[in-house]
Design a protein around this ligand. Structure first.
Ligand code: E4P
Length: 368
């Protein structure tokens, strides 16, 4: 698929017989056999511009950048951006973001607290500093994650979410721009229910099974992030099998959740996350949102292949689906019955918690 664009030539130009010539991602029409030479004046030439897969996907799905690196976000012009402790830990070590770390340290030092508490203040401020910078680049939501060590603590999660929102508001970022990311544990979902009632929007992360999605929607979460790649990782490791985009268990899981939400009219946004390859992304074209790491955004930008709509809310009407129980006992039972989701949720919490600890150590080191 190509779009027509016009180009202006300011010097004399020889036109030759028709052929297509690739020029940095665009096609320009030229004639090969000299026909005439125009005098020095501006003339309009019709050119053909190849549309990238990223642009085609943008017509079907809201694109979100999954990174804490601002330069990458600027490059791909996404609507929203997501971060997690691992991404902020990586970005904090880049010299160009040192001023955000320094500001967080200054803030932490100004808080009357124990050394340990001061580090917590600094880390929260660091997350907010990154989020605030990102909010200047993207027009939509910015996701900021609550400390993963609070994944089983409803009250602690609510308090930290409120503190993050307070820090954002202090520097002029309104709460309607922020999604508070919480692990999709039973406690995380209860915290989301409380926060949404207070007008704080939530993004339910580490979501691997439809029982988590059903409970998050009942809790009124603004958005869920069903993981794709981590599900594929588990199946490849445990079943010793290779998968295509069509039978990729991560892709199948997001489709199941998407149709469940559309069938029963839940407004919660479905944002596929955690991708391992471009095909997984294209297999979910039409999903509400997709959060994509820079490496895969680049691949989509550099390709001009076709993009077909794979998910369509209208299709949900035809599906024969049953409601999933969302009480605590059913949630815990259904989750426990799925070894992949149980293991991946636990591992994900451990890994994000480890990155929080690493971030604390980094701040502690800079502080000394
Ligand atoms: C985004 O919100 C998730 O944290 C992210 O997509 C996880 O990706 P990963 O499985 O590649 O770490």
């Amino acid at each position: 698929m190509y779009t027509f664009v016009s180009t202006c030539w300011s010097s004399s130009e020889t036109f030759s017989s028709s052929s297509f010539e690739r020029q940095s991602g665009s096609f320009i029409t030229r004639r090969r056999t000299p026909l005439f030479t125009r005098p020095k004046q501006q003339v309009r030439v019709l050119s053909l511009q190849a549309i990238s897969q990223l642009e085609k996907l943008q017509k079907l799905t809201v694109i979100v950048a999954d990174t804490g690196d601002f330069e990458q976000i600027i490059k791909f012009k996404p609507t929203d951006a997501t971060t997690n402790p691992s991404l902020i830990y990586q970005a904090s070590q880049l010299p160009q973001y040192r001023h955000l770390v320094d500001d967080a340290i200054k803030y932490g030092k100004s808080q009357a607290a124990t050394a340990e508490k001061r580090i917590d203040h600094m880390r929260d401020k660091l997350f907010v500093n990154f989020g605030a910078e990102i909010s200047k680049i993207v027009p939509g939501y910015v996701s900021t994650e609550v400390d993963a060590r609070l994944s089983f603590d409803v009250e602690g999660s609510v308090q930290q979410a409120e503190k993050l929102i307070h820090l954002y508001e202090e520097i002029g970022v309104p709460k309607n721009r922020i999604l508070i990311k919480l692990a999709s544990t039973w406690e995380g979902i209860q915290a989301a229910s409380i926060l949404e009632k207070k007008g704080i929007h939530c993004n339910m992360t580490l979501l691997f099974n439809i029982c988590q999605a059903a409970s998050a929607a009942e809790a009124g979460a603004t958005l869920i992030s069903p993981f794709v790649g981590r599900i594929l990782d588990w199946y490849k490791k445990n079943k010793g099998q290779e998968y295509t985009a069509d039978n990729d268990p991560g892709v199948v899981s997001v489709k199941e959740i998407f149709y469940y939400y559309k069938k029963f009219g839940y407004p919660t946004i479905v944002m596929g996350a955690s991708f391992r390859n471009k095909d997984e992304i294209l297999a979910l074209a039409g999903c509400d949102r997709l959060t994509i790491a820079p490496k895969l955004l680049k691949e989509l930008m550099e390709s001009d292949g076709e993009v077909a709509q794979k998910l369509d809310a209208e299709e949900a009407k035809k599906k024969n689906l049953e409601r999933i129980p969302t009480d605590e006992k059913s949630f815990r039972w259904l989750l426990n019955q799925d070894p992949m989701a149980t293991e991946k949720l636990a591992e994900g919490i451990r890994s994000f918690a480890q990155d929080i600890v690493s971030l604390n150590k980094l701040l502690d080191k800079v502080l000394v």
